[in-house]
Design a protein. Structure first.
Length: 311
C-alpha cells in the first residue's frame, strides 16, 4: 500500500539553525485513517539524529498518557533529548488522541497494525532531508514493536526501555500468579488455545475483560512474537534499559533480552520505575507516580541514551 505523507509546508523547506527546539505537528495517512504526531527539532551542534519514540500498551498518546493517567513521560523524554541535540518524533497510537479516527474496531485490530505504523513513521523520517540517522526507542509493548520495525535497514540503532523479555502470554501467566488461584486456573486453558491460534467461545464472566471475544484475534497476533527472537535479529547497535523499581517489567526481562543479543548493551537505572520516574518498590506509591505529571523523569535515563545515540 502506498503511503501518503501529510505535513505542514515548513517540512518542504530547508531547516535553519536554531538554538531552541521547534515543535511541529505532523501526520501520515495509513490508508485506514490518519496518525498524528509531534516532530521536535533541535539543530544543536548540527545534529542530524532523530529518534522515533514508540509508546507502550493500551490507549497511549504521544506524551505517554492514557485517558485515566497523565504522567507526560514520553513528552519529557523528547524534551530532554532535544536539549542534547537529538530530534524526535512521537505519535498518538491508533484510536487515541488525534489518531482516534485511525483506530480499527477492536475485533479488526492486529499487532501487525502497530508494527506497520512504526514502519511508516520510519519511512516518513527517512524521506526528510534533515536527518541522516534514525534511532528507534520503544517503551514497554512499544519495545517489541520497535524490535521488529528496527529490522529494516533504515534504522541505525535501537533502544528498548522496559521491554518484556518473553512472549506476552507468559507475561500474562506470571501476572495472574499474584491473583487468587482460580484466575490462573481458568486462564491457562484459554491462553493455551489462543497460543495455538484458536479463538475461545466460552469465557468465564470474571475473565471477560481480559479475554473478551473481540480482543482475542489481537492477542493471537501478539502471541506470535517472541522478544528474544526479534531482538536477536538485530545486527546493529542495541541498548536495553531497565529500571530497578519497575513493577511491571523486571530485571529478568532485561537479562533475557541481553542474552538473546550478545552485542547489546544492558543498563539498569536505579530507582527508576516503568514510566521513567523515581520510585520505590512499594506498589501504591509506585503506581501513584503514574498520575503525577509534575514529577520529572530520571536524568540518568537521558544520560545513558545520550551516550549511546551520540557515540
Amino acid at each position: 500500500m502506498k503511503l501518503f505523507f501529510i505535513a505542514s509546508l515548513w517540512l518542504s523547506t530547508t531547516f535553519n539553525s536554531f538554538a531552541t527546539p521547534r515543535e511541529k505537528v505532523v501526520s501520515i495517512d495509513t490508508g485506514t485513517g490518519k496518525l498524528e504526531g509531534t516532530l521536535l527539532i533541535n539543530d544543536l551542534k548540527g545534529s542530524k539524529t532523530v529518534a522515533l519514540i514508540i509508546a507502550g500498551s493500551g490507549p497511549t498518546d504521544r506524551d505517554g498518557n492514557t485517558p485515566t493517567m497523565i504522567n507526560n513521560s514520553l513528552k519529557m523524554l523528547a524534551d530532554e533529548l532535544a536539549k542534547i541535540g537529538v530530534s524526535s518524533l512521537r505519535y498518538d497510537k491508533r484510536g487515541i488522541g488525534e489518531s482516534k479516527d485511525s483506530g480499527l474496531k477492536e475485533n479488526e485490530l492486529r499487532f501487525d497494525n502497530y508494527i506497520n505504523d512504526a514502519n511508516s513513521w520510519v519511512e516518513y523520517l527517512r524521506n526528510l532531508s534533515n536527518f541522516n540517522k534514525i534511532i528507534v526507542i520503544g517503551h514497554s509493548e512499544g519495545a517489541l514493536i520497535g524490535m521488529v520495525a528496527s529490522q529494516q535497514k533504515n534504522v541505525d540503532k535501537f533502544i528498548s526501555i522496559a521491554g518484556a523479555g518473553q512472549p506476552i502470554d507468559q507475561t500474562i501467566r506470571d501476572q495472574l500468579k499474584s491473583q487468587p488461584p482460580i484466575f490462573l486456573e481458568q486462564s491457562t486453558p484459554i491462553l493455551d488455545k489462543l497460543l495455538q491460534g484458536q479463538a475461545v467461545e466460552n469465557v468465564p464472566a470474571f475473565l471477560n475483560s481480559l479475554f473478551r471475544p473481540s480482543v482475542q484475534s489481537y492477542m493471537i497476533s501478539w502471541f506470535k512474537y517472541d522478544p528474544k527472537k526479534e531482538i536477536a535479529k538485530l545486527n546493529k547497535p542495541v541498548l536495553i534499559v531497565q529500571g530497578s523499581t519497575d513493577i511491571q517489567v523486571g530485571l529478568m526481562d532485561a537479562d533475557k533480552l541481553a542474552a538473546a543479543n550478545k552485542k547489546a548493551e544492558r543498563v539498569v537505572i536505579q530507582k527508576m520505575n516503568h514510566i521513567f520516574k523515581e520510585a520505590t518498590l512499594d506498589r501504591p506509591s509506585n503506581f501513584k507516580t503514574y498520575n503525577q505529571p509534575e514529577l520529572s523523569i530520571k536524568p540518568e535515563l537521558v544520560k545513558v541514551i545520550s551516550e549511546f545515540v551520540l557515540n
